[in-house]
Design a protein around this ligand. Structure first.
Ligand SMILES: Nc1ncnc2c1ncn2[C@@H]1O[C@H](COP(=O)(O)OP(=O)(O)OP(=O)(O)O)[C@@H](O)[C@H]1O
Length: 390
């Protein structure tokens, strides 16, 4: 797929912008702070309805304006769809496809898919578990958009359950009894939705694993296919052979996981009441990233060198891209300011690996940092204007 036309209105630093885009590589060049990342962020926003840079929508609306608009003509298998989202911080956003309003903005998710490489990707391996959980869930949603709904259901159940745990922990006598019986109801909600997320993440990690080994071998010189490894670390003991047996039906896997979550919630009840938070569930899990082979396998976080950590983060993104491609769709690749972070060898290697993508959008402050294979169409971005440089 590729974006053929992008329109922005009051998005970030852009009051109004209309831009034709082509398949293949396009580089946005210009000094720091001129609006290069703002452009690719807009396309990424359409893909996931969130930004790779900020957690809320408010900073995406141009200072002084009260709403922003992002519209893109997306070409997929020769057919064009016009996707549009109106950002209204503090109020409901609105989305349209071919000018028809969607019942919920999140119905837009999945119609355009992006994989973004950005300097912040180092946090995938060096940051908190939250960063890795977000990585997994974002990829999950790109592969199966209905997970956007499952994830928001889980967040809601978790908030309600935590607030009930606090109330029950402080209550005495009959009000404690009543809070505890309501808690049982929330246990079953949490276990049901949590099992769905857990099962999907476990399968995702199993699907991603072979692509990760291949990608790490490609980006880290001298590395082998078995050097990079990912393992899902759940907040409870699981018999992972259930998942490894890919023949297992998703529904039976979810039932097994739901049962395990319920048992664990029961076992940790008094701890949870003391602390007033939910200690079991996919919100407590992590993705373990490790390097090495044979007996010497070490976690990336805390052990790997800066270069190895970067290669691992790049490999995670490349593996996501390959996995989405294997699902039968060619996502739009965004390389936001990454070349300045890489040595010449890694730049060329990365360019070689992604040059065949249907559309690659690159941003860079220094034109020479962009490898020749990705120089394609060039735009100069300066003070909010985007001018083609032929
Ligand atoms: N909501 C907003 N309203 C107005 N201006 C904004 C808003 N958000 C960001 N900006 C401005 O956009 C500019 C940053 O743009 P962007 O991040 O795209 O820069 P860039 O060209 O990618 O720079 P670099 O090369 O440093 O990454 C900053 O000058 C910032 O002040």
């Amino acid at each position: 797929m590729h974006v053929a036309h992008l329109t922005l209105h009051d998005f970030r630093s852009y009051a109004d912008l209309d831009l034709e885009l082509e398949p293949g590589a396009t580089a946005f060049l210009g000094r720091n702070g001129q609006g290069k990342t703002n452009l690719v962020e807009a396309i990424d926003y359409l893909s996931r309805l969130s930004s790779h840079r900020v957690a809320s929508d408010a900073p995406l609306v141009r200072a002084g304006a009260d709403q922003a608009l992002v519209r893109a003509a997306v070409v997929r298998d020769g057919r064009t769809a016009v996707l549009e989202v109106e950002l209204n911080p503090g109020r409901a956003n609105r989305a349209r496809v071919n000018r028809s309003p969607l019942a919920r903005p999140r119905d837009l998710i999945g119609l355009v898919r992006t994989v973004v490489f950005a300097p912040d990707d180092l946090t995938l391996v060096k940051g908190d578990p939250t960063d890795r959980r977000r990585f997994l869930d974002d990829l999950l949603v790109l592969r199966a958009p209905r997970f956007a709904g499952v994830r928001s259901d889980y967040d809601r159940v978790l908030r309600q359950r935590n607030s009930l745990l606090k109330t029950a922990g402080l209550a005495r006598g009959s009000s404690r009894e009543s809070a505890l019986s309501t808690l049982t109801v929330w246990d079953s909600h949490l276990a049901r939705v949590g099992a769905e997320i857990l099962g999907a993440r476990l399968e995702l990690v199993a699907d991603l694993r072979p692509y990760l080994g291949k990608a790490y071998e490609a980006v880290a010189r001298g590395a082998g296919r078995d050097d990079a490894e990912i393992d899902y670390k759940a907040s409870l003991d699981l018999d992972l052979s259930v998942v490894e047996e890919r023949g297992a039906q998703a529904t039976s896997l979810d039932t097994t996981l739901e049962q395990r979550l319920l048992e664990e919630l029961e076992a940790r009840r008094s701890d949870e009441l003391d602390r007033g938070i939910t200690l079991v569930g996919p919100h407590r899990d992590d993705l373990l990233c490790s390097l090495g082979n044979g007996e010497l396998r070490l976690p990336v976080k805390g052990y790997a060198s800066h270069g190895e950590s970067w290669s691992f983060a790049l490999a995670l993104r490349l593996a996501s891209y390959d996995l989405l491609r294997a699902d039968g769709d060619d996502p739009i690749l965004v390389l936001d300011d990454v070349f300045a972070e890489l040595d010449t060898g890694r730049r060329e290697q990365l360019a070689h690996l992604v040059a065949g993508a249907e559309q690659v959008l690159v941003t860079a402050a220094v034109a020479e940092d962009v490898p020749a294979a990705l120089r394609g169409v060039r735009y100069v971005v300066s003070e909010g204007t985007v001018v083609r440089d032929d």
